[in-house]
Design a protein around this ligand. Structure first.
Ligand code: NAP
Ligand code: GLV
Length: 310
């Protein structure tokens, strides 16, 4: 019998319980799936989000893996009691959802759709957009989600640049790394997509200095993490026109407080952390695959590298 603790918010438990129970059984795994336990030392695996009731993991001494159902592990990594092996979520449904969000907002900026919304009757200002191939889209972060989205944007015809910690070889995406590489991506991009994790290295990567390096009039889309942006510097960049627009899905404090200046900024579109939620149908097979790996003494997939923070 494998003991698995589901440590996430109550609202998603009933659906996950039904689906996981069916799929564990179909996979031939004999599982005791529980929402709480009085015997933490007997738990083998924890299915985790940072919003679950257990926040102190010290007594879970025999856990083989904490499997996050979120892609971002910025909160988990800062929890000093969570020292067990930690895997983040990488799943096809999440990639597809993120690519829909990114492509949608890239096209929105490319086509200048906002200028035609809520106009006065009779307004007839024709502003024909250039072709996609004349527009450059930069991605800061071309990991599981960033690369998937970057390819979708490239397939649409845009020139695509990607910046990451390590260089990639790809025939659709021009890859850059290091501070020189960052400068090139910032200078050349018309639209910039942030898909990096929140770490000590990436904190405030969008700041007055990097904003000054950007092409004038750039638009920024941030479905990554709120901590990537120095908010005061972004507002200054928007007010000066250096940044023409920002679409923000993630924030340092969520829900975004009523008095946050982003709410009333004419060139900011706020989405409430909906860019790409974990899709249960595609996440459950990933969870089961990793638990099977643990039971068969095979290496886990998508393990977090604590030394780099993601
Ligand atoms: P990932 O596979 O770990 O990719 C992260 C990317 O960021 C990689 O390309 C990595 O470079 C790069 N990176 C990390 N630190 C860097 C640094 N210091 N300098 C330069 N590049 C750096 O993560 P993912 O699955 O694509 O997810 C990305 C983030 O999206 C998550 O961490 C989460 O915060 C966010 N997210 C948001 C939503 C939402 O609904 N808004 C949903 C899911 C995820 P390497 O390739 O060289 O490692
Ligand atoms: C959502 O933001 C996630 O990290 O999965």
């Amino acid at each position: 019998m494998i003991n698995i603790l589901f440590n996430a918010r109550d609202a998603i438990w009933p659906e996950y319980k039904t689906h996981l129970t069916q799929e564990f059984s179909a996979a031939g795994l004999d599982v005791n799936l529980m929402q709480e336990t009085k015997q933490p030392e007997e738990v083998d695996y924890i299915i985790y989000t940072p919003t679950g009731p257990v926040q102190d993991f010290r007594s879970f001494k025999n856990v083989k893996l904490i499997q996050s159902i979120w892609a971002g592990v910025d909160v988990a990594i800062k929890n000093p009691t969570l020292t067990q092996p930690l895997a983040r979520m990488v799943d096809d449904g999440m990639s597809e959802g993120m690519s829909d969000y990114v492509l949608g907002h890239v096209l929105r900026y490319h086509l200048g759709i906002d200028q035609y919304i809520n106009v006065e009757a009779g307004s007839w200002k024709q502003n024909t957009p250039c072709l996609a191939r004349k527009r450059t889209v930069g991605f800061l972060g071309i990991g599981a989600l960033g690369m998937y989205c970057a390819k979708a944007v490239a397939r649409q015809g845009f020139e695509v640049l990607g910046w990451s910690r390590t260089l990639k070889e790809d025939d659709m995406i021009q890859s850059f790394c290091g501070s020189d590489g960052l400068q090139i991506v910032l200078e050349r991009s018309d639209i910039l997509v942030l898909l990096m994790p929140g770490t000590s290295e990436t904190e405030n990567i969008i700041n007055a200095k990097t904003i000054a390096q950007m092409k004038h009039g750039i638009a920024i889309i941030n479905p990554g993490r709120g901590s990537l942006i120095d908010d005061a510097d972004l507002i200054d960049g928007l007010n000066s026109g250096q940044i023409s627009g920002a679409t923000l899905d993630v924030f340092r404090v969520e829900p975004l407080p009523h008095d946050n200046p982003y709410w009333n900024h004419p060139n900011v579109l706020i989405t409430p952390h909906i860019a790409s939620e974990t899709r249960m149908e595609t996440a459950v097979p990933v969870i089961i695959d990793n638990i099977k790996r643990g039971e068969n003494n095979q290496p886990f997939l998508h393990l977090v590298n604590r030394s780099v923070g993601y």
